[in-house]
Ligand binder design. Sequence first.
Ligand code: ATP
Length: 228
Amino acid sequence: MTLLSIKGLETFYGASQALFGVDLDVEEGEVVALMGRNGMGKTTTINSIFGLVRARSGAISFASKQVTSLRPHKIARLGLGLVPEGRRCFSNLTVLENLLAAARGNEWTVQKVGELFPRLNERRDQFANTLSGGEQQMLAIGRALMTNPSLLVLDEATEGLAPVIRQDIWAAIRKLKAAGQSILVVDKTLAELLPVADRCFVLEKGTTVFAGTPEQLTPALQDRYLGV
Ligand code: ATP
């Protein structure tokens, strides 16, 4: 079943057009990578899905519902969980309080998040602003999971994190995938992102220029669309 479907998405910031026709879809149970060089429209696509910026034209449907005219909180309630770029948590709340504040439904619990990220479990009573960057990212993922999302969306899953911590994040993503969690993920480290992805979409100047499997995204295409 198609969980998320985006067709011909065009988004503007004021008079300046950022997206010129993005097409993307996520099937249930898939991990989909959203790729593209800096400024090509990945974050704008994600923010459009969540209603944080308004789509000017095109269609976004989630679980067969049109979401383009809904308000962000209504969209989130349909079962979309966002781990935003820059991992925003409540800095003056503890790890436990952050998780409980996000809780909705009962599939994901503090205990289950603690099993996925043992480091968070050890730091339950620590204030979020005292966590390392990697721990904050784990908390941001934990918070998104506490909302029991049908689709988990990670914008820059591992940006700025130490290699060891990055491996913890990818291991968690693999575990979630094995448990059937649908995931849309942006990350700059191709060598880590491609092996977990079932399919990838590449954006160039606000348009989808590639859709296919990681195998179909050949080194020549990677160089063309993603090379520096
Ligand atoms: P990065 O990897 O650098 O985060 P990205 O692929 O996520 O890049 P976007 O952040 O979506 O790209 O940016 C797409 C285009 O929209 C860029 O030209 C950018 O300058 C522009 N843009 C992004 N946010 C805004 C904003 N708040 N106001 C005006 N223009 C914006």
